[in-house]
Design a protein around this ligand. Structure first.
Ligand code: SF4
Ligand code: SF4
Length: 62
């Protein structure tokens, strides 16, 4: 699954723009992924300039 490292994220919104199923929700200083909508396409992982989006196992969620 995809997870966001909030320590790295600067809430720029780049990942929101590339997420076709609109699974990423960005509010002021907060970001969340709707795992029901996420298709694991990894577009956000590729697009994030800070490496804050990562594919992780269930055990590694942060
Ligand atoms: S692209 Fe990266 S830094 Fe920008 S909001 Fe998304 S996770 Fe955060
Ligand atoms: S992996 Fe794809 S569907 Fe899931 S949050 Fe990232 S861009 Fe959206």
């Amino acid at each position: 699954m995809i997870a966001v490292d909030r320590e790295l994220c600067d809430f720029c919104g780049t990942c929101v723009a590339v997420c076709q199923p609109d699974a990423i929700f960005l509010a002021e200083r907060d970001i969340r992924i709707d795992l029901e909508k996420c298709t694991d396409c990894e577009n956000c992982v590729i697009a994030c300039p800070l490496g804050a989006m990562r594919e992780v196992s269930d055990e590694d969620r942060f």
